[in-house]
Ligand binder design. Structure first.
Ligand code: IPE
Ligand code: IPE
Ligand code: MG
Length: 257
């Protein structure tokens, strides 16, 4: 197995999935919007708009499949390096999307959450995201966690800073610093670590996504660009995940296929 989509041979539908082996948390690097657009001679922003329609389908499918949580990488701390037109277009798209979708998300029972340095976002987007989080926090369905202005290194830095402050204030001592304590100071300590990490558009890298939380995630990379990803492809990724043997450092007896 090389961890890529080519490993799946038979076509599988959601009815074929094993309910006892569903991943609780699926994290997705939604990559390839730009390539999808430029290969069609279109502006990159059209790829992002198309990616929004894909995301909508995937959120509702994830809820239908009974996943506890999905975390989607929407904007990284490094994505500010793109042109002003693209960054501005992405901010406007995220604001418009949240405004357009919030009522249906509430009706479906989906909880909106956000991970990232929100203080650096435009005020209107930040307020819309905070409002969506508050309005949905009591709901029973899928946790839809948006990683916006998110960086795995920034998240660890923010956790370390918060811990240092507590040590300086005498609330904690150096000996209290454990993996569990660092975990408790990350952006979303109540969420389980991702069981499955999906990356679209073929790149074999993490691009600063969930560096701490993906320590034991199973990785699935598909060549499909995010605008062409669909619920069927999600099901194929989960089916592939269900065939994996997770070891967490222990020895598990396996038969050679
Ligand atoms: C991912 O698609 C979306 C964001 C990073 C916001 P890209 O825009 O990175 O698409 P490619 O990688 O250039 O094709
Ligand atoms: C990761 O994709 C960020 C998001 C999907 C939001 P990038 O396109 O920014 O990653 P690199 O630059 O190819 O590593
Ligand atoms: Mg990219």
């Amino acid at each position: 197995m090389d961890g890529t989509a080519g490993d799946v041979t038979a076509y599988i539908t959601s009815r074929d999935l094993d309910p006892a082996k569903m991943p609780a948390h699926v994290a997705i690097i939604m990559d390839g919007n730009g390539r999808w657009a430029t290969s069609r001679g279109k502006n990159r922003l059209l790829g992002h708009t198309q990616g929004y329609h894909t995301l909508k389908q995937i959120v509702y499918e994830s809820n239908r499949l009974g996943l506890t949580c999905i975390t989607v990488y929407a904007f990284s701390t490094e994505n500010w390096r793109r042109s002003g037109e693209e960054v501005g277009g992405l901010m406007a798209l995220m604001l418009g999307a949240m405004q357009a979708e919030i009522e249906e998300l509430i009706q479906t029972g989906i909880r909106v959450r956000v991970s990232g340095r929100l203080t650096e976002l435009p005020a209107d987007l930040r307020e819309e995201l905070q409002s969506a989080t508050t309005r949905t926090e009591h709901l029973p369905g899928l946790i839809f966690n948006l990683a916006i202005n998110y960086g795995g290194r920034a998240e660890v830095v923010d956790a370390v800073r918060a811990i240092c402050k507590k040590v300086a204030d005498g609330v904690l001592s150096e000996e209290d610093v454990t993996e569990g304590l660092i975990h408790d100071h990350l952006y979303s300590p109540d969420l389980p670590d991702p069981d499955l990490l999906i990356r679209t558009a073929g790149e074999l890298r993490l691009s600063n996504f969930l560096l701490w939380e993906t320590a034991y995630s199973e990785i699935y990379v598909t060549p499909v660009c995010w605008p062409d990803f669909d619920p069927d492809t999600l099901v194929q990724a989960i089916a592939d995940f269900q065939k994996r043997t997770r070891k967490f450092g222990t020895v598990v007896e396996e038969t050679i296929p």
